[in-house]
Each structure stands twice: as C-alpha cells, then as structure tokens.
Design a protein around this ligand. Structure first.
Ligand code: AMP
Ligand code: MG
Length: 334
C-alpha cells in the first residue's frame, strides 16, 4: 500500500514535469531501486538509455545498501576496512562533510538507532529507553574514517546512507544523461527530483510538492530550471503505536523521531546529494537553525507544518500554491 502510494506521488511529480504539445515526445522509464519507486522522463532518450540508467541505479544500490549482504556498506558495518575509490568512497566523504556542516543533525552513523526503530526491516516498534540511550552513544561516538588501508568505522557504530544515497544517485544519473547528450530530463527517486536543462520548449519544469496529508494532492508547484528538489517528510515512512505517530527521521541527540512541528522540508539546490542530506538534517534541527545554514549555502527551502507553509525568498516567484491549500495552510514567505 505504502509502495502504491509512493508510486502515485512519484508519477504525479513527473506528470507535472512533462510537456504536452511542444513537439517533443518524452520517453518514460519506471523501476524500483533503493527502496523507492523510480521514474525517469527523457527527452531525446530511448529505451536503451532508460534501461542503462536503471542498471546504473541497481549497481549503486548493490554497493550502498545497508541491508544487501554483499554491499560495501554491509562490509563496513561488519567491521571490515573497505578499499574503494568509486561511489562508496565519494558518498562516505560527502556524508562525513554533511555531518560537520549540520552540527551532527545529519549523522551517517545513525544506523544503530534506525535499526532499533525497525525502519530498515519494516518491523517497527517503539524501543525501550535503555536501548535508545545505547544507540545515541554509538551514533555520537562513531565516525567514518579514511586510512591508508581503506575506509572503516571507528567507535563501534554502523552507517546508514538512507538520508543521502538517493540524492547522490540522482546526481550520478543526471551526469550520465548529460554525458549521453540528453538536454532535457527529469529523474525522480521517491522524494528526490533532479532535472536536466529546461523543457524542450525552453520553459521551466513544474515540480509538484506533495501534500503531507496524502491522497496524491499537492501543496503547490515549483517552476525551476536545472536543479534538485528534495523533500524529507514524516509522511514517507512511519507507524502508529498507542495512537502516536512515529516516523523515520531520527534526532541523533534524543534517539527519537524528530519532533519540532515540521511535517516536511523541501530543499532546492544545484546538487541532489547536498539537498538530500540537508533536507534530512533540516527536518531534525527545525526551521530556525536550518534557515541560517540554508542562507549561508544559498539553497532554497519550503518548510511545512500542520497548517503553515514557509517559502524562502528565492522561491517567491517560483512557488504556486495549489488551489486546495487555501484555508488549510497559511503561506509565509521568509
Ligand atoms: P530522508 O528521507 O532523505 O530524509 O532520509 C531518511 C532516512 O535517513 C531514514 O530512513 C534513515 O535511513 C536515515 N536517517 C534517519 N535519521 C537520520 C539522521 N539524523 N541523519 C542521517 N540519516 C538519517
Ligand atoms: Mg535526505
């Protein structure tokens, strides 16, 4: 059910991006990778290129997945020192930089906590306080380190790239498409959307921001050129216990799902890996702290609470609220 819902959301974002009647027929590719639904809209591409994109994704998934037994991440988490100079190495570096940049709100060594909550195994339940305290310490005291022998984890913890890998993979796909001559495309991996160029008629893409309330409805659309639009939200992966909703974005300081009134955060940046890591971190740290980082990096944001939508200044002319949000949300430009 969750997957079907994600697929509908995914398709709605892509459908918004396609252009009808401009003389160019897009080619669509659909798949499933990195625990999410994938859709790729290619102008000037064909089945062969579409399938090559999926193969590229499957290859990255087999290296970066926390659950696939033969993955490089699995080896790292088993205490091995991993020699690599490819995607895994790059992602380890990016994840460590993001941890520093966000003061630890994004923490790649969060896996002991994520595992405790059961999100990767789809067997979710509220952990006990003692286990949470152990998980917090492990996440805090562990780090990915780069040595002459290779990459390893110090501190006894384990890494999880769930907060950044889809964005990173979207960037890789964009580079691949461009190097194959594609000038217009939209790649969507769950809440991660990356565009190549502009639409063939020279106009902006229209990227939908989904309503956290579900049902395939939108909060609004963003008109953008080539960029990444990445959303983190409590509505993506969650469960309810004793009437309370628990979601998958964990505050490393409390070991609990972040609870600061936000229901989704969208980041618009040049690169999807950065936007992906930041959207997760911003969801954890709350709007005030997040905005100061966003401004210093010149990335744009949309923060959503139960009844408010905060749109950053750089998106003022680009955001068009959906007609249905009137009366339900107050829209604030900050
Ligand atoms: P996203 O949907 O990009 O916000 O990523 C959420 C996923 O990232 C979760 O499902 C976890 O696998 C992982 N995660 C959760 N909390 C954190 C955190 N504080 N730092 C880094 N990764 C996290
Ligand atoms: Mg993320």
């Amino acid at each position: 059910m969750k997957r079907l819902f994600a697929l509908i959301l995914c398709i709605s974002a892509i459908a918004l991006s396609s252009c009808v009647g401009d003389g160019a027929e897009p080619y669509y590719v659909y798949g499933s990778a990195m625990d999410t639904n994938v859709s790729i809209c290619l102008y000037g591409g064909d089945k062969e290129l579409g399938n090559a994109c999926l193969e590229l994704l499957y290859g990255m998934e087999s290296e970066l997945s926390v659950t696939v037994t033969g993955s490089k991440l699995y080896a790292l988490n088993s205490g091995q020192t991993v020699k690599d100079t490819g995607h895994f190495f790059t992602l380890c570096g990016l994840a460590s930089e993001l941890r520093t940049l966000t003061g630890g709100a994004y923490n790649p060594c969060i896996y002991p906590l994520v595992k405790l909550w059961g999100f990767t195994a789809d067997k979710c339940s509220v952990p006990n306080d003692e286990d949470i305290a152990t998980g917090i310490e492990l996440a805090k005291n562990s780090q990915i380190s780069f040595t002459d022998e290779g990459i390893k984890i110090e501190g006894g913890g384990q890494a999880d790239f769930g907060g950044i890998a889809k964005g990173y993979a979207s960037d890789v796909l964009r580079d691949y498409l461009k190097s194959n001559g594609v000038e217009a495309a939209v790649v969507s991996l769950g809440g991660n959307i990356v565009t190549v160029g502009k639409k063939p008629d020279g106009s902006d893409w229209k990227i939908g921001i989904n309503s956290p309330k579900g049902g395939g409805s939108l909060l609004g659309t963003l008109s953008v050129g080539e960029c990444a639009v990445v959303t983190s939200g409590s509505y993506f992966r969650n469960f309810t216990e004793d009437g309370k909703l628990y979601h998958h974005i964990i505050d490393p300081e409390t070991g609990m799902p972040a609870d600061n009134g936000l229901v989704s955060v969208t980041v618009v940046a040049d690169d999807a890996a950065l936007a992906d890591g930041l959207s997760t971190a911003f969801f954890v740290m709350g709007m005030e702290k997040a905005l100061s980082i966003a401004q210093s990096l010149d990335v744009q944001t949309v923060f959503v609470t139960e009844n408010q939508i905060f749109v950053s200044g750089g998106l003022k002319e680009k955001f068009t609220p959906d007609g249905t949000v009137e009366g339900e949300y107050e829209i604030i430009y900050n």
